[in-house]
Design a protein around this ligand. Structure first.
Ligand code: PMP
Length: 283
């Protein structure tokens, strides 16, 4: 595993940051998750732009340009020698005093970790997974905009623990109004009468890059996509359901809160989109 740390590429064991970094002390920072497929970094520009947008939203000035960030990512990938893998760029507020005010942090820390990822066993992609709705609600967008991919993931971490304790690998998070927002680290889609539905951004979801890719692929396959307000009833009565994320890619969901979705097997629209996605990343 190779790590870029403030301009130097190191082995993971040699990459260390200060215990006074506000990324550690307060989760004060932003991050991304990016895939490498066949030696190519997937949607690099989109991810780097989202990283810079997240940083701007939290008033964190990244001390290098977008082009230099892209180069740093590509250089670290090259040093790793990995043709298929996962990249985790992180920008923290940097080292400061023990108080919360980032005014004491002089320089943001830039970290890029390149390794591998496998979120779900292969079987889950063929058979689908079971999910449950979770007690922990998504932080309201009035408090923290869900489009900010910040290092503050405790909301999602608690939800993930709840999913695991319920015997599931993922779970669906509702917003404080009880509407479907997203999963703990994935966006969610349902299929109804051949068309795709996904929660509207104001329902509290990250603007997922895999989600955007799936919307584009659906359009090219003449499958209609609508962003809307979804309830648990909509999930339970869906014909198909699947999740999207950089790590998970597209994963079919065949049971939600004990209700079987559609036939109980990954549906035809989901399977078409999984195939289209695999073909697309191989290009
Ligand atoms: N929602 C959350 C909360 C996430 O952390 C992620 C990233 N794993 C996603 C959705 C999916 O976004 P992307 O497709 O950009 O990875």
């Amino acid at each position: 595993m190779k790590v870029y740390l403030n301009g130097t590429i190191l082995d993971a064991a040699d990459a260390a940051i200060s215990v006074l970094d506000h990324g550690l002390l307060y989760g004060d920072g932003v991050f991304e998750g990016i895939r490498i497929y066949g030696g190519k970094v997937f949607k690099l520009r989109e991810h780097v732009e989202r990283l810079f947008a997240s940083a701007k939203a939290i008033m964190l000035t990244i001390p290098i340009s977008i082009a230099d960030m892209e180069k740093a990512i590509l250089d670290t990938v090259a040093a790793s020698g990995l043709a298929d893998g996962y990249i985790r760029p992180i920008v923290t507020r940097g080292t400061g005093c023990l108080g919360i005010d980032p005014v004491s942090c002089e320089k943001p820390s830039i970290i890029i970790i390149v390794g591998t990822i496998q979120l779900y066993p292969e079987e889950c992609y063929r058979k689908g997974i079971e999910i449950v709705s979770l007690p922990t609600r998504r932080v309201p967008s009035e408090c923290l905009d869900p489009r900010i991919k910040s290092l503050n993931y405790l909301n999602n971490v608690l939800a993930k623990i709840e999913a695991r304790q319920a015997g599931c690998k993922e779970g669906v998070m509702l917003n404080t109004a009880g509407q479907v927002a997203e999963c703990t680290a994935d966006n969610i889609f349902i299929v109804k009468h051949g068309a795709l539905l996904t929660p509207a951004p104001q329902c509290g979801a990250l603007d997922g890059i895999t989600m955007r890719t799936v919307c584009e692929l659906a359009e090219s396959l003449s499958i209609r996509v609508t962003a809307s307000v979804l309830s648990r009833y909509d999930l339970y009565t869906a014909d198909e359901c699947f999740l999207t994320g950089t790590g998970a890619e597209l994963i079919p969901v065949t049971k939600i809160d004990g209700r079987t979705i559609g036939s109980g097997e990954p549906g035809p629209v989901t399977q078409r989109l999984i195939k289209a996605f695999h073909d697309y990343v191989k290009q």
